[in-house]
Design a protein. Sequence first.
Length: 497
Amino acid sequence: MAANLIPHLPALQVIIPLVAAPLCLLAGRTGFAWVIAFIASVAATITAAALAYLTYHDGTISYHMGGWAPPWGIEYVVDTANAFILLLVSSIATMVLIYSPASVAKEIRPGRGHLYYCMYILCLTGLLGIAITGDAFNVFVFLEVSSLSSYALIAMGGQRKALTAAFQYLVMGTIGATFFLIGVGLLYMMTGTLNMADLAKRIPEIQDSRPVLAAFAFITVGLALKAALFPLHLWLPNAYAYAPSGVSAFMAATATKVSLYVLLRFTFTIFGAEFAFGNLPLSWVLLVPAVIAMFAGSFSAMFQRDIKRMLAYSSVAQIGYITLAISLGTNAGVMAALVHIFNHGLMKAALFCAMGCIFYRIGSTRIDQMAGLGRQMPWTFAAIVAGGLSLLGVPLTAGFISKWYLVQAAMQSGLWILVVLIAVSSMLALVYVWRLVEALYFKEPNPGRETVAEAPMSMLVPTLLLAGANIYFGIDTRVPVAMAENAANLLMQGLGQ
């Protein structure tokens, strides 16, 4: 039975959560909906792990939907690049689902839990579909699936500002998706195909035409908006700050990372590095806002009173690091970007889950309400310290590995000034991380506040596992680094090679 399923794993990667989403809705009860969502998420994680193993050892997998051969039919393509992303997204989704029941009971209005899990698993479907499809228009379709469900999830936040945040994200997300769709439409007009591998073969013949140049610009800007690259990041702080805790953790760890992966895929394997970085000044187009993001995001984080907003602005800075690596246009740069995509997902999942644990107990994520909590919630505090050290890039954490490969990529390109900028901007993170540590551990508890206990084990265990992953992958780097290296080589070569 299992052997018969192996050839269909690419389709099952998307179909399982897609089928589970309406089942969660039909379940009608929060508990039943969670069971369905959890089973689907675990199945997606197992499928992603199997695909990662197969692609790493046997090479690229091509799956023809409905038996229609590409470029006429829709093709799912799995290689080490998107298998890396599939594994990150599905595993984070599973960890956050373990974390979710207590959080949902606290933060989601009664009677809406099944709607939450329906939208959550639908968002997972969209993110997995974006990563696995080999069809450019299908990327847009899945992008909208994930976005529409994200808007609904954010709007479920307990504060009225959640509705404003969701609407702002909807407007900005729609603009980004429209730009992307215009770019794909121009490519189809010029090539007559939507298959990515076919596009990669046909574009070099017409790469100097105005429609192709315009398509590249529209797609790059659209994806930059979806990825929240400075100055197109304005939707992100409110979306992360006012969304339910589980949504913040899931989105911060996955959504922008998938958009950055699509940017990598289109830039390097469809248009090609020579076209993007040789014929066009993409390097400077990405480099300048990336450097600004590294500093602007950190400076903004330093002055936030709400810790979820602080972490959101920190994400703007970290997206800057990833984009900086992409802007180098080299194999080492792509590898550094992929390593940081993985490691930053772990950091933000751990930190936002820890914030959710605090919110569960005190009903706030404002720093002035957290005084002394570190001594009352020591395990949550330990998770915050582990995630914070990783965010800083301290040795023996996953964040250090990311910064190390980024610095190496900059040095290989002869851009020593970037090494200095990376070091200085990393030091800025120390300021806002220390503000949090100081409030949690070194300040006296607020007068009149009752003693606070740790969050329920269902929330605390996944938080500690994610925090522990930041330490583990800072010591044993074999799996993420090997997959990132293999993926970088493949992206630089192009599709189908």
